[in-house]
Design a binder for this molecule. Structure first.
Ligand code: EPZ
Length: 421
């Protein structure tokens, strides 16, 4: 397994481009299954999860054409299988996103149940119960979801919990259902809106985008000739690199992104003492050489502070001035990074779903092991300031969510290199 070798102590400086959002690209690639005509999707990030999704669609008989700029043309006219096998789903839970499109357009889907993962049990009960309400026949046998539906029927769905991929699956299913579907308590994450804009470009009739009540009027079919759609910027990648600048007391400018999709994160960075300026598609953070001040936060669904940025702020608090209290309300086990940070000397006390961080002057390098995507990013951030040389193992977790992380950080002046297995 690849490892990352990091020498701490360099303040990050410079500019870098942000890639397309992983969590918008995954539902949009699945949504392309709904189109009768080929559709080209641009600004796709070069990530392992994207390769997995392309393999998943390819095995269904979908034709994928990738050009040198990583634009992907998806042509589902040759689809002949409606299955998401366990061997792929176990490596990427988001494979569940093919369920809604397959059921809605082809009336059938055979999808492996996505297991839990390091951060939680990750159930999909809301996805399944809601599709049953729309008229699907769903049986779960030997770890697979067997779903069939002559024609899904629109109805009013009130989701028990705010679920991002749950909202996305139901949104896609509703586009070709008979009649009108109302999704209440819908997730408002920008990636959900990006999917909705994409579906409308294909001819769907979705209103209420960006609110917690989505109304979808079912249509006969979807597909527009020569459609090209570019994925939105990755707000979590943006936030992660801004925290990298804050934790190393540096100054960076991130481009090809937007300040409007991570307000809660920018507010917390300002509270930590960062000077932030922004334009339409760029953000600049300058710590002016200062140590960050500890911040307290609670994760919650958008527009509140995103759970996918919690681990990164736990790392920042570990070397900040003062005490910061971080509460995780979305997932039941998303503090896996804490014990690794404690091995570097971080003073963090865990009490149920709260981490009480008392900033240390400095952390010391120690061999680390990544456990999940965002936790591993927080270990890299800590290693950027730890005294000495840190070796982070199992970085395949990081490669799922960050395009060429060592190249982007090295470009900003970090002393970091990948040790191939
Ligand atoms: C999406 O996961 C993201 N993944 C996650 O990003 C992100 O952390 C999460 O949303 C929250 O923002 C993708 O978009 C591919 P949820 P998702 O359904 O949709 C419970 C990353 O780092 N729930 O919004 O799987 C669930 O247990 C990943 O890129 C049910 O109870 O998360 C959780 O407590 C990690 N039943 C809460 O809802 C259901 O049927 C939110 O989960 C569905 C969810």
């Amino acid at each position: 397994m690849d490892k990352l070798l990091i020498n701490g102590g360099n303040a990050l400086n410079g500019e870098l481009r942000i890639s397309g959002a992983k969590n918008a690209a995954l539902p949009i690639l699945a949504g392309a299954l709904l189109s009768e005509t080929p559709v080209t999707i641009g600004n796709i990030p070069h990530l392992h999860d994207i390769t997995t999704t392309m393999e998943l669609l390819g095995r269904m008989g979908v034709q994928l054409t990738v050009d040198e700029k990583m634009n992907i043309e998806v042509d589902s006219s040759t689809i002949d299988k409606y299955e998401a096998p366990y061997e792929l789903v176990k490596t990427m839970r988001a494979s569940i996103l093919v369920l809604g499109p397959l059921l809605s357009r082809f009336g059938q889907a055979y999808v492996s149940l996505p297991g839990g993962c390091a951060i939680g049990t990750r159930p999909v009960d809301i996805h399944l119960d809601s599709l049953i309400k729309m008229g699907a026949d769903i049986k779960v046998e030997s770890g697979y979801i067997h779903a069939t539906a002559k024609k899904l029927k629109g109805c009013r769905l009130v989701l028990d919990k705010i679920t991002v991929t749950g909202t996305e699956n139901l949104l896609m299913a509703a586009t070709l259902a008979e009649g009108v579907t109302i999704i209440e308590n819908a997730a408002k994450e920008p990636e959900v809106s990006d999917l909705a804009y994409f579906l409308n470009k294909m001819g769907a009739k979705i209103s209420g985008i960006g609110t917690d009540i989505l109304e979808i009027e079912g249509v006969e079919k979807l597909g527009v000739e020569n459609l090209h759609y570019d994925i939105m910027p990755d707000r979590i990648e943006t936030g992660t690199y801004l925290v990298a600048a804050a934790i190393t007391r540096g100054k960076i400018k991130v481009k090809d992104t937007s300040p409007d999709i991570l307000d809660a994160v920018l507010d917390k960075l300002k509270e930590a003492g960062a000077k932030i300026t922004a334009g339409e598609n760029w953000i600049e953070l300058d710590m002016e050489g200062r140590q960050a001040k500890a911040v307290s936060l609670r994760t919650a669904p958008y527009p509140a502070f995103p759970t996918d940025m919690q681990a990164q702020f736990t790392a920042l608090n570990s070397v900040a001035e003062g005490v910061g209290i971080i509460t995780e309300t979305v997932f039941e086990n998303r503090f896996m990074h804490v014990q690794e940070l404690q091995r570097m000397g971080a003073n963090i006390q865990l009490e149920s779903n709260t981490a009480i961080c008392t900033g240390s002057e400095a952390l010391t390098a120690a061999p680390m092991m990544a456990t999940d995507l965002r936790a591993s990013a927080s270990l890299v951030l800590a290693a950027l300031v730890a005294e000495g040389e840190t070796l982070v193992d199992r970085i395949y977790h990081i490669d799922r969510g960050y395009v060429h992380i060592e190249e982007k950080l090295a470009q900003l002046g970090a002393s970091i290199r990948r040790i191939p297995r």
